[in-house]
Design a protein around this ligand. Structure first.
Ligand SMILES: *Cc1c(COP(=O)(O)O)cnc(C)c1O
Length: 370
């Protein structure tokens, strides 16, 4: 059994993927070929944003907006600790300071009631300048953007949506990637919309931001590649990766619905045995992961492993306790909810093509060991 079955999807659309790869080999525009623009247009439409820009990874999709906002030493960016390292890594990489806000114990997204407190504290200390907020749409469920955007406006901060896992999700009728000033997603193979390599995309309605990102994507170019008006990076999405994504994008919405069916079935059958995911009534999750809590997860995971069922832990150690962020001075006990969830959570197989037979086997095993 697979944790995420990428092969089942490939079997469906292999002809189209092969044809698109051949098309790129024939036209030879490997860098910034027409498929990149085509994908940007399709996904901007899908998310309901004015502009999209293909980039080299989900990490660059977070780094580049921070560069566009001129983030650097002395700046504070508020984010969560219970996430993938990239979310906070990009802040530190620019010399700015991540300020971690604890998560809600049910959604595992930023606890908005603790955000304002954190901003006030940084302002009172007077050492750092609050500049922005990076909420994460964890496991596919959008964070609470009405609350976050309102607090951001009150303190003059920007909001960068980390939708690496959220692509395809919905918040109060609006698609993920359209919920903040700017959003970044990832096309890493295992993400809801994944390619066969690295890739990512930024989404925004802000024309000035998109101009800056286009420059940053190609080494800070001005009128051309050899006119450099700022420090940028090589942040381009490969033409081949875009070409592979085009047929995947065509079936993506259907796949989100298939994932929802898998999730509904898990929810019903696992109720009472483990803590199942909580999705707010106005949200739709893209189900990047189906994550459950159990006080003795090692026992349950071991039992599943013995029955040939793969599991994974997202995330075993919150970022504020990672060696890489030691310099920030956080200690165990500082973010109690993040710390508690990190020791109980684990994820079980979730993908659009999980059949009833395999799902029943997973559920039976969990019932047996939980
Ligand atoms: C995967 C992920 C990223 C980084 O994306 P890459 O494409 O791997 O660089 C950033 N944030 C979150 C929450 C992620 O899950």
């Amino acid at each position: 059994m697979q944790f995420i079955d990428l092969k089942a999807q490939q079997d469906r659309i292999k002809d189209k993927i092969d044809a698109n790869i051949q098309k790129v080999l024939a036209h030879g525009k490997y860098i910034m070929g027409p498929e990149v623009k085509e994908l940007e247009n399709i996904l901007a439409d899908y998310t309901g944003t004015k502009y999209a820009i293909g980039v080299a990874s989900g990490t660059d999709a977070l780094l580049m907006p921070l560069m566009a906002y001129d983030i650097g030493p002395g700046d504070a960016i508020f984010t969560v600790s219970f996430t993938f390292i990239a979310t906070a890594e990009v802040i530190q990489l620019l010399g700015a300071t991540p300020v971690f806000v604890d998560i809600d114990g049910d959604t595992y997204n930023m606890d908005t009631s603790k955000l304002e407190e954190a901003i006030k504290k940084v302002k009172a200390e007077g050492k750092l300048n609050p500049k922005g907020i990076i909420p994460v749409d964890l496991f596919g469920q959008p964070a609470d953007y009405d609350e976050i955007n309102a607090i951001a406006r009150k303190y003059g901060l920007f909001v960068l949506e980390d939708a690496a896992q959220g692509f395809g999700g919905v918040y109060k009728g609006k698609k993920a990637c359209s919920l903040a000033d700017i959003a970044g997603t990832s096309f890493f193979p295992a993400k809801p919309l994944g390619t066969y390599g690295d890739g990512g995309m930024c989404f925004t309605d802000d024309a000035d931001m998109i101009n800056k990102l286009e420059s940053i994507r190609v080494h800070g170019k001005g009128s051309d590649k050899y006119d450099n008006i700022r420090i940028g990076i090589n942040g381009r999405l490969d033409t081949l990766m875009a070409a592979i994504l085009l047929p995947k994008a065509e079936i993506f919405e259907e796949e989100v619905q298939l994932r929802q069916k898998v999730a509904n079935r898990y929810n019903e059958m696992l109720k009472g045995y483990v803590k199942t995911p909580y999705v707010k009534e106005y949200n739709i999750s893209s189900w990047a992961q189906y994550s459950i809590l159990h006080p003795d997860r090692e026992k349950v995971m071991e039992g599943l492993k013995n029955e040939g069922i793969p599991t994974a832990i997202y995330y075993p150690k919150p970022l504020h306790l990672q060696e890489a962020f030691k310099g920030l001075g956080y200690r165990f006990g500082d973010l109690k909810v993040s710390e508690k969830i990190a020791v109980e959570i684990f994820s079980i197989p979730m993908h659009p093509y999980l059949n009833h037979e395999d799902q029943d086997k997973i559920v039976d095993a969990i019932k047996k060991y939980a």
